[in-house]
Ligand binder design. Structure first.
Ligand SMILES: [Cu+2]
Length: 175
């Protein structure tokens, strides 16, 4: 009769733990890897929010994120921020380019996946399911934890606070 050594059990539970962690923080679709996705917590009643992440393209080929969908919102769009007339405004973009061998950050004040018309509350501790559509007909489903982002957090200092009004990934004010 075989005995299971305690050491093996420790290893086994450790590897299970690691793969659970990996499933939450890293998602791969061939050469495309998504790291550390998270959604912005918003107060109840706020209609919009955004999801951020890092996307790496480890291939020698330029790729692109071409769309997104989420059951958490009526509409899910790819957005960026642009300076227009001295104001930082967000704009829908048709795609987000992922140049070969590069990592791109979707972050507050910059590129983001916009959730418009929230159908669920986004409180810290909640989770948002998100499907990312890449070119070449690849799609990737991930779960993003909801986190509180300080209104002033992670926004480049060149952005004027007033220009952030009305944007859920920029500040709590406006709209
Ligand atoms: Cu936006």
């Amino acid at each position: 009769m075989k005995k299971i050594r305690p050491f093996c059990l420790v290893l086994l539970s450790f590897s299970v733990f690691v793969s659970v962690l990996a499933a939450q923080s890293v998602l791969a679709d061939g050469p495309i890897v998504v790291n550390a996705p998270y959604a912005r917590a918003v107060p109840p009643g706020q209609p919009n929010s955004a999801v951020f992440m890092q996307i790496s393209n480890a291939s020698d080929q330029d790729r692109a994120l071409v769309g997104a969908a989420s059951p958490a919102a009526e509409v899910t769009e790819l957005h960026t921020h642009r300076m227009e007339d001295g104001m930082m405004k967000m704009r829908k973009v048709e795609q987000i380019d992922l140049p070969a061998n590069s990592t791109l950050s979707l972050q507050p004040g910059g590129l983001h996946v916009m959730l418009i018309g929230l159908k669920q509350q986004l409180q810290p501790g909640d989770e948002v399911s998100l499907t990312l559509l890449f070119d070449q007909d690849n799609e990737l489903v991930l779960t993003a934890p909801v986190r509180t982002i300080m209104p002033s957090g992670q926004i480049p200092s060149t952005h004027k606070p007033a220009a952030q009004l009305g944007h859920p990934d920029g500040s709590r004010g406006g709209q």
